[in-house]
Design a protein around this ligand. Structure first.
Ligand SMILES: [Ca+2]
Ligand SMILES: [Ca+2]
Ligand SMILES: [Zn+2]
Length: 309
């Protein structure tokens, strides 16, 4: 969802990524050249950050968020009452199997190397371990490459028929992170853990955002970190705007809108704290990203317990 940006200037169309909470997303008006979208019920808001790409997940209203919070709370209470999983306040600390699906074009475009995939997994492990900043949380999640498959299909490469290709190629249970590498107007798109459709569960990421890729400012592999954050149940740090609940995480200061670039000291809401521009769930440049907060780490563990463990 995330980072929005226009690639067109850079060779791709620009959209902000909206992560559809549930299914893929819907394109915005500027997305006439956008890929075929699965089912989207709403037009995503467009954001100018992340290069101007469209939102990377389904738009979430305050009521949607409230419903998810309640559902999650109830699920957690039930699981804990049954004696499953981790106690309240503890981290799940799981190893996540990762399946990478390289959706290349017939001519080989987008056929990333095994080395790039290994580097991408390393970035996931670095970022989720909190190794990019002394203020970053160690989420306790680690990632292990479980399989790579490669397809050479122009339509799939362009993210067309995405519900079909995801259902045909997805591997593992709800605990497995499936990453489809495609070429589209987004940097990435994610499904949320509560979406409940395992057949298409996972994240779609622009292949050129991997380490060594060609998308300026977004080629250190942290789009995958951002999309994985959604997959674990995190919202954008600008979800809800300048409201006290905003992203449902207490230690991420509210911000009014996505951040573009790395504007140190940005403070877009009068609520306490400067904007969390270094947070992986903002839309800043990859080089600006360096942390998940402890509150986000806890939320991801709780979501894991509720939906993926
Ligand atoms: Ca917050
Ligand atoms: Ca503030
Ligand atoms: Zn996002």
């Amino acid at each position: 969802m995330g980072r929005s940006r226009t690639f067109k200037a850079a060779g791709v169309a620009a959209l902000s990524a909206v992560a559809l909470a549930i299914t893929p997303f819907a394109p915005s008006s500027a997305l006439s050249a956008a890929p075929v979208l699965d089912c989207l019920s709403e037009t995503p808001t467009s954001a100018a950050a992340r290069g101007g790409r469209p939102l990377d997940h389904e738009p979430m209203s305050a009521a949607d968020v409230a419903a998810v919070e309640k559902k999650t709370k109830d699920l957690l209470a039930r699981k804990r009452a049954e004696g499953y999983y981790v106690r309240q306040g503890a981290l799940a600390a799981a190893t996540v199997p990762v399946y990478v699906h390289v959706m290349a074009a017939a001519n080989g475009r987008g056929d990333v190397t095994d080395q790039q995939i290994a580097q991408q997994i390393a970035v996931l492990n670095e970022t989720f371990a909190g190794r990019e900043s002394s203020q970053a949380a160690n989420t306790g999640f680690t990632f292990q490459l479980a399989g790579v498959d490669r397809f050479y299909n122009d339509r799939w490469h362009r993210d067309e028929q995405s519900s079909t290709y995801r259902a045909k190629t997805r591997k593992g249970g709800m605990n497995a992170l499936n990453i489809w590498l495609v070429e589209f107007d987004y940097l990435g798109i994610a499904t949320f853990p509560w979406s409940g459709n395992q057949r298409i569960d996972g994240i779609r990421v622009h292949y050129d955002s991997l380490p060594g890729g060609g998308i300026a400012n977004y080629n250190l592999g942290e789009t995958t970190t951002h999309e994985a954050g959604h997959w674990f149940g995190l919202y954008h740090t600008f979800q809800g705007g300048c409201t006290t609940k905003n992203d449902e995480v207490a230690d991420t200061p509210a911000q009014s809108s996505p951040t573009d670039g790395c504007p140190e000291g940005r403070d877009s809401c009068s609520l306490p704290g400067v904007d969390p521009i270094h947070n992986y769930m903002d839309y800043s440049y990859d080089s600006c990203y360096n942390q998940f907060s402890p509150g986000q780490s806890q939320r991801m563990s709780d979501m894991w317990t509720a939906y993926r463990a």
